[in-house]
Design a protein around this ligand. Sequence first.
Ligand code: ATP
Ligand code: MG
Length: 419
Amino acid sequence: MERLSNPSLSLQKKNKGVMVPQALVDLTKEPPAWLHYKETLSLFVALEQAGGHCRFVGGCVRDALVGILSDDLDVSTNLIPEDASKRLEKAGFKVVPTGIDHGTITAIKNHRVFEVTTLRIDAETFGRHASVAFTDDWKIDAARRDFTFNALSLDQEGGLHDYFGGQEDLAKGRVRFIGDAGARIREDYLRILRYFRFFARFGNGDPDKNELAQIQKNATSLSRLSRERVTKELWLLLGLDNPVQSLKLMKEYGVFRSLFGVDLFPEYVEALTAVEREKDPVARLLALIGGESNYFRLVQSTLRLSNKTQQRIQSACETELAADLDPHAQKKALYRLGPVVFKDCAMIGALRNSNAPSFKEYLRLAETWSVPEFPVKGRDLVAWGMKPGPEIGKALALLTQIWIDNDFALTADELHKRL
Ligand code: ATP
Ligand code: MG
């Protein structure tokens, strides 16, 4: 994904704190690059020769309107998946039946990837599983989508099709459900989490009170969602430029209480986003749980986190850094914990105890001091005349301690002399 420099978008910045509508890109004058890729042409020609119609749909069209070039290209067509597959294979695409149950195939040519989905109506929904029927009606397909600006489609001539006022909502920064918010949420509770993710990306001003009320009313059913879906969605939110307002709303409207049984700390994520150098979802999750082991256990049992992430967060929750370490003690802690956990602990210390400037000093140290490597290996000790065996380990531990106590400065020769 890439943000294009587009002078017509300069309006979208907040003007002295006052929210102004965002000027959308005129796609007839400035079509997104993907509309004219040669692979796009080849895909459209292949499907049209079989009597099909096709358009780009969903996220890539929405993103193009705000000047973001998406590489996640969704195309819809009225051809059924079997016919579309045959045609595309003939036209030199590699075709994978990625989501054939709901009518989606992936077509790849020259590293360009298109998700091609047959127009459909979600005939019945059971909280999340939708049983599908195909259609050739573009508006029906648009109506099954979640938000008005996610239902936009773009034809090959650059014509934009907007059945539910998605452009206006996007321009005004409104995330609006298509149809009745409560009913749409009850079809798939994940839409609550998607609401807050899209609000973090495109929202402007206060969200609609009625939609928030529907979210609040239905939030307790979030516990029905699979761990995988919740994790994926929350992770996407935590990786965005500014998830803070959404996280605050999620707390206020009972989303965290319903998912994890507790309210969590969006205000810590706010403090973190003000100083962080990179948008790190793990650090943000750690801030969100306030570095509390108890809260981590609740989050851990609801989400599906990688072992690496779990270990990192757990280490940070279980390690307390004192607020008054002198520079040498700071280096010792950094060496012992490693830079990642040391920084995480310093971050949590700084968030919890904003009056203690030392934690900021710790963070500076972690940014500027690259931990030196201990210069002696076991084989050096053997070369110095020691017999291989358990004594080597003890000597290495002793030398490491001497090296640390001497400010990590002694060379191998100097350590040899100490031995
Ligand atoms: P992103 O940029 O995050 O990928 P996206 O809009 O492309 O955003 P996807 O999850 O890739 O989101 O889904 C593609 C499209 O499918 C959406 O734009 C929306 O129209 C539809 N969609 C996806 N998930 C849902 C859902 N849970 N309920 C209704 N429609 C959905
Ligand atoms: Mg997408």
